[in-house]
Design a protein around this ligand. Structure first.
Ligand code: ZN
Ligand code: ZN
Length: 410
């Protein structure tokens, strides 16, 4: 039995449309996916229309076509992008189109190409996509990201298995992590959501001034933004529609104060970024800025990323995930941030989430004045393990245990 479990694939599609995106009657839907994920995509479109979607539009990518550019295009290609497309996507979001992304690609797709070309191309895309991305990060619209086990990704996670077995295994891991374990994943997600909400509530009641992280290679104090709020699980869009942006999701997260981060931190899992693997990242922060950086692999790529703009070398997010999360329990490295970030406490350099403030009506300028970071990028990397202790410092300077050996204390 090495077939991908089609029954569970069907449940994943239904879960994504119904709980993840939570498509509304008459609402249009934009889906991006690799051509490889067509079996899932067709089910998603069926369910979207059954739930009353207006018009569903897929945008496909193909690994060969993506690589073709880096192999054959002339140098001037890499500072350009499909500006017209991102303009259109922005207009779609402006008109309340919902968004669904299916992730299935080989995380190392571009690792053998010139990192300069890769980073120039991604910068051009980030710039063009930024106006559209703001509709997503500010939750003007409902959106969801799920995964499909693409062959090259599966072989990276399970290099010793045959193609078919690797896809089946990664599929099972995706279903397990997405809590498709019994007949009623929707209820499973409601229960999970309640737990995440209660942790966020406790952190909000504590209203810490900063968090202190201690572990091998890590001794870091992260100040929290003024008026920050911890959030996790479902999010209500500005129109009041509950949506689950990430499936899986195990994190509660907030906005750090981007000028009040000091000390050293070491990553605990490889970071897969734009087709490259960045491993064993070690950085030192001073007054919020990364002033020293090292990595055993992909140092070049990471150092270019840090130079994207002013905010790229400052923190935009911190997130708490217990070491016992279902994703972490599999013991696998997924080489996919959606999975790896949800198996572990993490940080993100770059753009902060404006929704992580108690006052939801802050202007961009107010977010920045409160310590929120602004950047073209947002990159999560993992710093959690069973050796990490975290304590919260309250406004009187008292230390209260939050995580002990990777698990919640309360
Ligand atoms: Zn996160
Ligand atoms: Zn993040």
């Amino acid at each position: 039995m090495t077939q991908l479990d089609l029954n569970k694939l069907d449940k994943l599609a239904y879960l994504s449309i119904k709980k993840g995106v939570n498509i509304q009657p008459g609402q249009d839907l934009l889906i991006t996916a690799s051509i490889e994920s067509l079996p899932l995509l067709r089910k998603l479109v069926d369910y979207a229309y059954k739930e009353g979607a207006g018009v569903v539009t897929p945008i496909f990518t193909d690994p060969h076509i993506t690589k073709s550019r880096f192999q054959y295009a002339t140098d001037q290609s890499f500072d350009r992008t499909q500006t017209w497309l991102y303009e259109g996507i922005k207009n779609a979001f402006k008109n309340n189109t919902a968004r669904l992304a299916v992730v299935s690609e080989d995380p190392q797709l571009l690792s053998n190409f010139d990192s300069d070309k890769v980073s120039r191309a991604s910068k051009a895309t980030s710039l063009a996509y930024k106006p559209a991305l703001e509709y997503i990060s500010n939750f003007e619209i409902n959106w969801n990201i799920i995964s499909y086990p693409g062959k090259a990704w599966a072989k990276l996670v399970f290099p010793d298995l045959s193609d078919e077995e690797a896809v089946k295994k990664l599929g099972d891991a995706i279903f397990h992590a997405s809590r498709i374990i019994n007949d009623d994943p929707l209820k499973e997600w409601d229960d999970h959501n309640k737990k995440l909400k209660s942790k966020a509530k406790w952190m909000n009641e504590m209203n810490f001034e900063s968090l202190l992280y201690k572990g091998p290679g890590t001794n870091l104090e992260v100040g929290l933004a003024v008026g920050h709020e911890w959030v996790g699980g479902s999010t209500n869009t500005k129109k009041g529609i509950p949506t689950f942006p990430n499936m899986p999701t195990e994190e509660i997260f907030t906005t750090p104060h981007c000028k009040k981060v000091n000390g050293t931190v070491r990553s605990t899992k490889p970071l897969s970024y734009q087709g490259s693997l960045i491993e064993n990242i070690e950085v030192e922060f001073k007054n919020g800025k990364i002033i020293k950086m090292n990595a055993s692999n992909g140092k070049d790529v990471f150092s270019k990323v840090l130079k994207t703009d002013e905010g790229a070398s400052q923190l935009g997010e911190i997130a708490l995930v217990p070491h016992s999360s279902p994703i972490s329990q599999t013991g696998l490295v997924y080489y996919n941030t959606l999975y790896d970030e949800n198996s572990s406490c993490h940080l993100a350099i770059g753009q902060c989430y404006s929704k992580c403030f108690k006052d939801k009506s802050l202007t961009k300028e107010q977010v920045i004045a409160n310590g929120g970071n602004s950047s073209l990028i947002h990159i999560d990397w993992m710093i959690g393990s069973d050796k990490i202790d975290i304590s919260g410092k309250d406004h009187n300077g008292n230390l209260i245990p939050v995580f002990k050996q990777g698990e919640w204390c309360n």
